[in-house]
Design a protein around this ligand. Structure first.
Ligand code: PEP
Ligand code: MG
Length: 552
């Protein structure tokens, strides 16, 4: 492939590049649930019964193979599968599902229905539905497992119809994953074979984008045309420009991978604290979702998104489990760790909280506001964070998401300090908070600007919406003005004001944020080397000049 002009023999597509780096490999699509065709007349009921049984066996074998892979990943501490703890937990879940698919009662029910004249797919559909309704009628925890049965049903029906099973593919070789969209739980479960992500939908600050960056996986979102590219096509993905080269040869793909490895090695060779060319310090911090995301190179953790630990949980994590998960991060992180309390709601649902559905969830009960409905959750989390800080002796700070008023900041600070956490901050994610930055800083020790949500709420533009990407551009002057106001309030109060939204990890935007006066930048660990390089190339005055131009 030529160095310039990112196109393959099969042409090119473009979308929004949301996670830098290049990768190439065969495209594998994440299948959705199969649609059940109309029932067909059955000539040989015994053959249908055998097909139904074979489908159940295929589902069981597939789940057991995935469980074994998750266990191997867990014991090897591999980054894939969401980290060691998550790998072990994933294996247990997969084994439990395999046991359900292997249930003799389910098999007999499907066989009976096939012998009674249903085709294999409809026999399976009816057998699973019967089991699901029986579970749902029992209520409580068992009723929650009803959704698992639906997932198994989709897999078994797909197998009976000879279609790919829904869910994350596992082709047994490295591949570029293509999906309509990915839920945070899907993205958290990505294995080490995934080379890059392409989604038809999704926006620049969607959680698919955030998780891709956390993994250092090149990613392109908002590329509807990828729906027409056949499975198995070798594609090259440029996660910075958003371009996708089609129809590469295996040799060209290997060359792309090799160049990417060399570029990452070159960037990683520069280490040390963040500074401008004239030595003005800017702390470069990491955004993480679990200990598995930690990499050497950052000066601390500026945003630990704790909700990512519990995305697919249907039962609340116990205090011990929370303490252990936080302590794992505190032990392994270099430098201070800023823990953000759970930010549930909208695009990051936490099923274990059981929050009611809302007509307008981005403007509803999310982040710190969950405390209004479920006051025990925040205090339990603060206690677990304080305990993990005590046992590890780490420098731990906390901050709350979606804070709107100084009164909310004061209430959060009081409860965090009562739990024994001395350094307390709040995120600035809504314009009301930015406009009252000075008052917030009377209550707390630092501010951390979440530009993803601050852009969403300033421009009334859904952060997941690909068609509104221009409004979500962090260079929008109105957003920069709010950031500047926060930085000025921090200077006045003598307190740090950082940025931890995705803008901080963009090497083209980071110098501008420094020019506006922010004191730290927190980003996906994979972005730290590029941002370090960008800052080292400019003086503070040059950064200020960039900021002045952008504001104008
Ligand atoms: C933000 O909104 O910028 C932020 C860092 O929080 P999240 O992306 O997790 O909502
Ligand atoms: Mg946010």
């Amino acid at each position: 492939m030529p160095e310039t002009g990112w196109a393959g023999p099969g042409g090119r597509l473009s979308g929004l590049g949301v996670s830098q780096g290049r990768a190439a490999g065969p495209l594998v699509r994440m299948a959705g649930p199969p649609s059940l065709p109309a029932p067909r007349p059955v000539a040989d009921p015994e053959a249908e019964a055998a097909t139904a049984v074979k489908a159940l066996e295929a589902v069981t074998a597939d789940l057991n193979r995935r469980a074994a892979a998750a266990r191997t990943g867990a014991s090897a501490g591999a980054g894939g599968g969401g980290g060691a703890g998550a790998g072990g937990e994933a294996a247990e879940i997969l084994e439990a599902l395999a046991m359900i698919a292997d249930d003799p009662m389910l098999r007999e029910e499907a066989e009976t229905r096939a012998r009674g004249g249903a085709d294999a797919a409809h026999a399976l559909e009816a057998a699973f539905n019967g089991h699901r309704d029986a579970l749902a009628a029992l209520g409580g925890y068992l009723a929650e497992r009803a959704a698992d049965l639906d997932d198994l049903k989709h897999r078994a029906v797909a197998a009976a119809l000879g279609l790919p099973m829904p869910g994350l593919p596992d082709p047994g070789h490295p591949y570029v994953l293509v999906a309509g969209d990915l839920s945070p739980a899907d993205t958290a479960g990505l294995g080490p074979d995934v080379l890059a992500l392409i989604t038809e939908r999704g926006g620049p600050t969607s959680h698919t984008a955030i998780l891709a960056r956390a993994r250092g996986l090149p990613a392109v979102v908002a590329c509807p045309a990828v729906a027409d590219v056949p499975d198995g096509t070798i594609v090259g993905v440029d996660g910075a420009s958003g371009e996708i080269a089609l129809g590469l040869t295996p040799e060209q793909a290997a060359e792309v991978m090799e160049r990417d490895r060399a570029e990452r090695a070159r960037l990683a060779a520069a280490t040390g604290p963040g500074r401008t060319a004239d030595g003005h310090p800017v702390r470069l911090l990491a955004n993480i979702g679990s200990a598995a995301d930690l990499r050497p190179g950052a000066e601390g953790v500026g945003l630990f998104r704790t909700e990512f630990l519990f995305l697919d949980r249907k039962q609340p994590p116990s205090p011990e489990e929370q303490t252990a998960a936080y302590a794992e991060v505190f032990e392994r992180a270099e430098g201070p760790v800023i823990v953000r309390t759970l930010d549930a709601g909208t695009d990051k649902p936490l099923p274990f909280l059981g929050l009611p559905e809302e007509p307008n969830p981005a403007l509803g009960v999310r982040g710190l506001r969950v405390d209004r409905l479920l006051p025990g959750v925040l205090d339990a989390q603060l206690a677990a964070i304080a305990e993990a800080a005590r046992v590890t002796g780490a420098d731990v700070r906390v901050m709350a998401p979606m804070v709107t008023t100084p009164a909310e900041a004061a209430g959060f600070a009081r409860r965090a300090r009562a739990a024994g956490i001395a350094q307390v901050g709040v995120m600035v994610e809504v314009p009301a908070a930015a406009l009252r930055a000075a008052e917030l800083l009377r209550e707390v020790d630092f501010l951390s600007i979440g530009t993803n949500d601050l852009a969403q709420y300033t421009f009334a533009a859904d952060r997941q919406h690909p068609a509104l990407a221009d409004l979500l551009d962090p260079r929008q002057p109105a957003l920069l003005g709010l950031i500047e106001a926060c930085a000025a309030a921090g200077r006045e109060a003598g307190k740090p004001v950082g940025v931890c939204g995705e803008a901080a990890g963009d090497p083209a935007v980071a110098p501008l944020l420094v020019g506006l006066g922010v004191t730290s930048l927190s980003m996906a660990p994979s972005c730290v080397p590029l941002v370090r390089e960008a800052l080292a190339g400019l003086t503070l005055e040059e950064c200020r000049e960039l900021a002045r131009e952008a504001l104008a």
